[in-house]
Design a protein around this ligand. Structure first.
Ligand SMILES: [Zn+2]
Length: 406
């Protein structure tokens, strides 16, 4: 088989053909021409057009390499007279309009960019970083436009930091399909609004049943306003995190009041208190019981933390509620400031906290995705702009479709 025929078959050309192939030291040049009088398609609407308006100057597309040799396609595009759109450049079966690489190459690059950093992908394909950035951003644009959008019932709103501990992004997940729906710059109420107004729209918001989020988040009112049928649910993992922080603050408050000798026994108790009791070894248990013997406020904090955790296992809403109310009044009597603060927060978010018993949902289900986002930001130093980082997040976490290859 001739190399021309081979390439024509590989590219699945129907209205075009390969006239000849030229080999140079740097690459293989594949010359393409129109095949007879076969009808070309309009580049905008893909309608078949009878008339060719003119022939433009030669353009070049990079394709997948053959062995080590980069393949380049050369062709003089026609402009067709489309009955719907007027004079337009024809549709290229091998590439998206305006792309300078073929769909086969850009899909291969995009797939690798889901695994590697953009720099690594560029090195692998002999492209520069900018070309990879363009390819990924185009792939994301295409994917967002063509992705399936079934009705959404349960969403989780969370945040991730773009750089260590600063510059936050808001991410929204579909908790049932475990897929990323949306990424927003910033984490304020204003920044999250476009998710409801643009991404979801009024009609799609109606199907929302559960919205899971941190009770410290500033956008609860926004959720109530847009997702009118949804139950607000305060995320279990965030609540536990705040509870642990209360224990930690109580520990630090106490530390400040202790004498030197007391401090040595006290040292390193942080992990004893955060650990589950059945995971402690005997030495750790001894130290814990010394602390218990002191009857320090810390012990109260620890028992409070442990007894709170029972809340998650109740099956009947009224029992869970009873437990929580009892727990809150004992925490208020504990004379521990951090716990009082925690209770006040719970009290003003009681409904969304109790919703756990019925829904049994949490953002923990998608916690792995957040870790993935962190790894994306770690593996690349190129994301100086939020725009690129957001594109990379969509690309890796939103299960977007890629353009079909011919
Ligand atoms: Zn058209």
């Amino acid at each position: 088989m001739l190399v021309e025929t081979f390439i024509r078959k590989q590219l699945r050309l129907k209205t075009h053909t390969v006239t000849h192939v030229e080999e140079t030291d740097a690459c293989m040049l594949v010359y393409i021409d129109r095949l007879g009088k076969r009808l070309l398609r309009c580049g905008v609407c893909r309608h078949r057009c009878r008339e060719v308006h003119d022939i433009r100057k030669q353009r070049e597309w990079r394709d997948l390499s053959m062995r080590k040799l980069p393949l380049k396609l050369r062709y003089r595009p026609r402009r067709v007279k489309c009955p719907r759109c007027g004079v337009r450049v024809e549709d290229f079966p091998w590439a998206e309009p305006w792309a300078r690489v073929t769909t086969a190459l850009s899909n291969a690059v995009a797939l690798l960019a889901r695994e590697l950093s953009w720099q690594g992908t560029a090195r692998e394909y002999g492209l520069n970083w900018k070309s990879v950035a363009t390819i990924v951003k185009r792939a994301v644009q295409y994917g967002l436009k063509h992705r399936v959008r079934p009705p959404v019932h349960c969403i989780g709103i969370d945040e991730v930091s773009r750089r260590k501990g600063q510059v936050y992004l808001t991410v929204v997940y579909d908790l049932e399909r475990r897929v990323l729906l949306w990424v927003g710059d910033e984490r304020t109420e204003e920044a999250v609004r476009p998710f409801f107004t643009q991404e979801m729209g009024k009609r799609r918001c109606q199907t929302l049943r559960v919205v899971c989020m941190d009770m410290w988040a500033p956008y609860a009112n926004l959720v109530r306003e847009h997702a009118v049928n949804a139950q607000l649910l305060f995320d279990r993992f965030h609540i536990v995190k705040h509870l642990n922080e209360a224990v930690d603050t109580a520990r630090r408050d106490l530390w400040r009041q202790l004498s030197f000798r007391e401090r040595t026994t006290f040292k390193g108790t942080r992990w004893l208190l955060l650990k589950n009791p059945w995971n402690l070894n005997s030495n750790q248990k001894d130290r814990l019981s010394t602390l218990v013997g002191w009857n320090t406020p810390l012990v109260r904090a620890w028992y409070l933390k442990e007894s709170f955790q029972l809340f998650w296992s109740y099956k009947q809403p009224w029992r869970a509620r009873q437990h929580l109310l009892k727990w809150m009044s004992s925490a208020m009597r504990s004379r521990l400031e951090p716990f009082k603060k925690f209770v006040k927060m719970l009290r003003s978010h009681l409904d969304g906290t109790l919703a756990w018993t019925k829904t049994r949902l949490s953002n923990g289900a998608v916690e792995g995705r957040n870790n993935k986002i962190k790894s994306i930001s770690h593996r690349s130093f190129g994301f100086r702009t939020a725009e690129n980082f957001i594109a990379a997040i969509y690309h890796c976490c939103a299960r977007l479709p890629l353009p079909a290859e011919p």
